[in-house]
Ligand binder design. Structure first.
Ligand code: HEM
Length: 406
C-alpha cells in the first residue's frame, strides 16, 4: 500500500498482475476505509474514486456532475487524461462528452438503431457470424476464444450496423487492437498514428455513404445531418464512439462470461439447454467481472458531498462499477458467482449516459456463450486458471486470451 496523500487512509495497489487477477481485496479495502478516495494523476493532478454502490448509483444519475471534459479542472486537463482522442473535434464530439440538451440531441439520433425491436434481426446476424467463426475453429479441436470469437464478433456487428463495407474492414481489427486496453505494447505514437488512420478512414466511409447511401446507421446520420440535426464532426465522432465503445467492452464480456461458465461446469449443462440460464450467466458475469471497471470521467459543477467527502467543482471523479458491483452491502456474498441473484448490477452505468448498446452487448454475449457451450460439449480450459492473463488496465476488465480444448 502507498499513502494517498489525501489524509489518513492508504491506497491499495490498483495496478499490477495481482490486482488484475483479483481486484476484489483492493476494492473491499477502499469501500471499507475510504469509499471516496483521492488518487494521484500525472503532473500533480488527482481524482476521486467512488467504490460503494450506495454512492455510485446516485453519482451516475446526479445532474450536478458534468461529463463535458471542458468542466474538468486545469490540472486534470493538463494531465492528458480523458477518453483517448477527446481533444480532436472530429473524434471527440460525441455524447459521452456532452451534457444536457446537446447530450439528448446526440443520443436521440441513434436511439432507434438500438431499440429492442431492432435486436431480433441483430440476434440472427450475431448467430450467423458466431456459427461461421466456430466452423473455422472446430476442425482444430482447440482455440483461443478471445482471438477466435470474442474479438471478431463485436467488430463485425458494429461494422454491419454502421454500414462499413466488408471490403474495407480489414484494418479495423488492427486499429481497435491498438486502442484497446489489451494492447500492452502500443505507445502514444502508435495511438496518434492510429488516430490519424481512423480519422481518415471514417471521413472516407462518410464520403462514400454520401455518394451511395444504404440502410445503415451512417447513411441515416447523413440524412439527419442534411436536416441540420448534427455537424460533420459530431457524425464522425458518433461513428468513432460506437466503434470503440461497442468493441473492447463486448470482447471482455464474451471472454469473461465464457470463463465464468468454464469455472462452474455444474451450471454448463443447464446453459446448454436453457437460454434463460445463458442470459443469467451473462448478467452475473457483467456483475462479478464488470468489463468497464470504471465509468468515464465526471466533474462537479458546484461543491458536492459524496459519501461524506466534499468535492470541489471541476475535480475529476471516477465511479468504480466493478467495486460497486461487488459491494456486500448490496450483493450478498459478492465474490461468489451466483445465477440466482435478483439485485441489479450497474455494469452498464445508470442515468442519462447509461449504455446505449446494452441490449446489443447482451445479445452478443448470449449468442456467443450459448453457442460455444451447445456446440462443444467437452469444452475445457487448456491452461491452469493461474496462467490466464488479464488486461493490465485499471479501466477495463478482460482476458488477453482464453485457450480451450474441446
Ligand atoms: C459488455 C459491453 C458493454 C459495457 C460493459 C458497456 C458499458 C458502458 C457504460 C458503463 C457506459 C456509461 C459510461 C458512463 O456513464 O460514464 C456506456 C455508455 C455507452 N455505451 Fe456501452 N458498454 C458495452 C457495450 C456497448 C455497445 C455494444 C455499444 C454500441 C455499439 C455501446 C455504446 C455506448 C455508448 C454510445 C455510450 C454513451 C451513452 C451516453 O453517453 O449517453 N456500448 N457503456
Amino acid at each position: 500500500m502507498t499513502d494517498s496523500g489525501a489524509g489518513t487512509s492508504e491506497t491499495p495497489e490498483l495496478t499490477g498482475p495481482q490486482f488484475d487477477r483479483n481486484p476484489s481485496p483492493a476494492y473491499a479495502y477502499l469501500r471499507e476505509h475510504s469509499p471516496v478516495h483521492r488518487l494521484p494523476l500525472p503532473g500533480g493532478a488527482y481524482y476521486w474514486l467512488i467504490t460503494r454502490y450506495e454512492d455510485a448509483l446516485p453519482a451516475l444519475t446526479d445532474s450536478r456532475l458534468a461529463k463535458s471534459p471542458a468542466k474538468g479542472n486545469a490540472a486534470w486537463r493538463q494531465s492528458g487524461m480523458g477518453l483517448p482522442l477527446d481533444h480532436r473535434p472530429s473524434l471527440g464530439s460525441h455524447m459521452i462528452n456532452a451534457d444536457g440538451e446537446k447530450h439528448s440531441r446526440l443520443r436521440k439520433l441513434v436511439a432507434g438503431a438500438f431499440a429492442p425491436r431492432r435486436m431480433e434481426r441483430l440476434r440472427r446476424r450475431a448467430q450467423a457470424v458466431t456459427d461461421d467463426l466456430l466452423d473455422q475453429i472446430e476442425p482444430r479441436a482447440q482455440a483461443d476464444l478471445v482471438r477466435d470469437l470474442a474479438f471478431p464478433l463485436p467488430i463485425c456487428m458494429i461494422s454491419d450496423l454502421l454500414g462499413i463495407p466488408e471490403s474495407e474492414r480489414e484494418p479495423l481489427q488492427r486499429w481497435v487492437a491498438v486502442l484497446d486496453s489489451s494492447d500492452q505494447d502500443s505507445s502514444v505514437a502508435d495511438l496518434l498514428d492510429v488516430t490519424d488512420e481512423i480519422d481518415n478512414f471514417l471521413t472516407g466511409v462518410v464520403d462514400y455513404k454520401r455518394r451511395s447511401p444504404g440502410e445503415d446507421l451512417i447513411s441515416d446520420l447523413l440524412r439527419q445531418q442534411r436536416a441540420g440535426l448534427l455537424t460533420n464532426d459530431e457524425l464522425t465522432s458518433m461513428a468513432f464512439l460506437l466503434l470503440v465503445g461497442g468493441h473492447e467492452t463486448t470482447v471482455a464480456l464474451i471472454g469473461n462470461a465464457t470463463l465464468a461458465l468454464l469455472m462452474h461446469p455444474e451450471q454448463a449443462d443447464g446453459a446448454r439447454v436453457d437460454p434463460n440460464m445463458v442470459s443469467q450467466v451473462v448478467e452475473e458475469s457483467l456483475r462479478i467481472d464488470s468489463p468497464t471497471q470504471n465509468a468515464t470521467w465526471r466533474f462537479p459543477l458546484e461543491p458536492v458531498t459524496i459519501g461524506g467527502q466534499l468535492i470541489q467543482p471541476g475535480d475529476p471523479i471516477l465511479v468504480s462499477l466493478l467495486a460497486a458491483n461487488r459491494d456486500p452491502a448490496h450483493f450478498a456474498d459478492p465474490d461468489t458467482f451466483n445465477l440466482m441473484r435478483s439485485a441489479r448490477h450497474i455494469a452498464f452505468g445508470a442515468g442519462p449516459h447509461v449504455c446505449i448498446g446494452a441490449a446489443l452487448a447482451r445479445l452478443e454475449g448470449q449468442v456467443a456463450v450459448g453457442t460455444v457451450f451447445r456446440r462443444f460439449s467437452e469444452l475445457a480450459l487448456a491452461v491452469p486458471t493461474e496462467q490466464l492473463r488479464w488486461w493490465p488496465s485499471p479501466i477495463m476488465r478482460g482476458l488477453y486470451s482464453l485457450p480451450v480444448v474441446f
